[in-house]
Structure formats: C-alpha cells, structure tokens
Design a protein around this ligand. Sequence first.
Ligand code: PLP
Length: 390
Amino acid sequence: MSRRPSGHSTRAVHAGERQETPRQGVAVPIHQTAPYRFDSAAELAGAMEAPGQEAIYSRNANPSVRAVEEKIAALEGAEDARAFASGMAAIAATLSTVLASGDGLLCSTDVYGGTSAWLDWLTRRHPEVPVERSSLADLPARLEGGVPEGIRAVFVETPANPLLGCCDLERVAAACRPRGLTLVVDNTFATPILQRPLELGASVVLHSATKFLAGHSDVTAGLVAGDAETVARFDETRRLGGGVLDPHAAFLVGRGMKTLALRMERHSANAARLAELLAGHPAVERVHYPGRDPIGSRQMSAGGGMVSFVVRGGWPAASRVMDRLEVFAIIPSLGGVESGVSSPAITSHRHLTAQERAAAGIDEGLLRLSVGIEDGDDLAADLERALDGV
Ligand code: PLP
C-alpha cells in the first residue's frame, strides 16, 4: 500500500495477513478461506479458465480438501477423487452425475435409509427416472438375466446396512461391464482397508467419511473416487450443487484417515470376538457379521467393525439390552473409535409398519453394534453382562 493505513478497522483487517512460513509444516495447513487473493487482474483471468482445478474460491477447489481427495484415491487405487459435505451429498452428486435424463437405476434394497429415502424422493419428483430395486442376494442373477430397458447404473452397498449382507462385487461388475452399466459401490462399512471395489470392477466407489474414514464421530463428510474422466465430471455437479467439504472438516477427515488401517484392524478384531460371543449366547437368536458370511469373508480382508444380532424376546428384550450396556453408548451412527449400539426398528426403519419391517428382514429385536477400538475384554464383559440380564 502506498499510504500507511491509520484506521483501526483497516489495520485489524489487514495486519499480519501473510502466510509465508520459513519451512513446510508436517501437517497440511487448514486453508480456512472461502476466496483466494490474486496479484493481478491477468492472474485472475487465467485462473478462471480452469475453475475446477484452480484455487479461486473454495466451492471450486481448496488445498486442504484436495489432500483428503488424494488420500482416498491412493487408498482405493483410484485415479482421482472428490470430497463432499456429507455422505448423502456424495450420493446425491454421484447419482446426478452418472444419470442423465431418462436414465434408470437398479439399486439393491439393502441400503442406508437415507439413500432409500433420496431415491424415493427422486422418483416422486422425477418419475422419468426409473428406479428398480433388487435384493442383494438376487442382484447378480438379475443382472446376468438382462436388465430392464433404460437402466444405466447399478448402486450397491456392501456390507449393507443394517443386516450386513454382502454382495459379490466381481460377479456384479462382470455383468455390468458388457451392458455398459456404471457400477457405484457404497464402501462405507468396509473402507478401502478391507475391500477395494474398483479393483473388483466397480466404476465409482463412495463413502460416508463421517463413519470409519474420519473415525472420531466429530465431522460429516463424503468422498467419491474413480477413474480421472468420471471423477472430473463431478466438478460441475459439486460447483453448481455446492455440497463441498469445508476445509476445517477436511483437516479432521485427513487426520482420521492417517490411522484408518490401525483402527480397522482393532475394530475388526473386537467385532469378530463379539460376533463369536453373541453366536454362543442363549439370549441371542441370530448374528449377522461379514466375517461369518461366505462372500464377505472372501471379498474382505477382515470382517470390519459392524455386528448385528437379534435378541430373543423382540423389542422389550432388545431395549433392555440397549439400556443395560455401559461401555456401548446408544448412538444412531457408526464408525467412531467409541462403541455404539442402535436399533433399526426405532431409527432407519421406524417409518415402516411392523409387517413391512418383517418383510425387509428387520426383526423388532434387531440391534446393530458399531464396535469401537476399546479393549476387547471390556467390550465383551459389557455385552455379556447386558445380555445375561435379559
Ligand atoms: N452410506 C452409508 C452406508 C451410511 O451408513 C450413511 C449414514 O449413516 C450414509 C451413506 C450417509 O452418510 P452421511 O450421514 O455422512 O450423510
């Protein structure tokens, strides 16, 4: 500035606003800025030529967000990735990107309740987008038998919420490829540490990074990864839709991801032990765990941190177990370092009638555990004590 500013407000806004550091920090800085500053009009004009890649405005691109995108791409074996404000923002952006007007979707019935609700909303608002549903078990044969006219993409969640059913991705991908179908896989429950859908033939893999990837239950985020050409198509969807990840949230996701492999190892060891305990307990009718599923145990390198089980005696017994647990908190989410218990009958599937829940395989006594990284002995003792009481 040619004249030294003397006003308090001007000095308060501009003094100290330099960002050069003598050397690089170990952690990627939190680039907590919405717009970027340019040295000249020509520099701004040049940057505007590639708004998806340049740091112009953080809805287009931001270095803290980019660091997380590079991390998930490296873990999933993808060419590129994009980050979103939540898992649902990632799902909405994915379907808006891969489906054009009139294109239909084949989706497995066992998906997160929010995904189902979004698809219901889509078909109500846009009846021209046909959405077909298929059970996880029937999906491969359904695709091999030929898909209905107009279907352009397939959406699968595996392991699926809340019964933890697993789908043979290699078989589904092999059926999608010759038919030109885009296969989208929600890999939230397995994470790339345990399962890599792109290597099995999927076109796009996505995550609610709110769960295991960030891992500390303190941020919402979504990630999408795939080949460079497909991922580049997400830039316009994100820039216009606006569901971008905040730089501070990106820092939390990136920090969590640094310990993902270690956490998944402990989540899986603890959950496998509890699945075994539950399977032998007289108060338990059924146990669902990917490590006990033939497809899950072949496709994943470990069973993961999610276990579901049916308590004998329906909702009265299940709610007693929830209330008696002490280390497990009642948490309607999953994937954090802390253990949690939830009931699909009163959360994701509460809007269904008892008959509809039964048809979907959701027993009133079904409980879903998100097994954390605490000491296995403490978790086993807590669960056993709660079950012995019913
Ligand atoms: N996918 C799965 C498998 C989930 O469990 C969830 C949320 O629970 C989502 C997507 C949506 O993610 P978010 O809550 O981050 O929007």
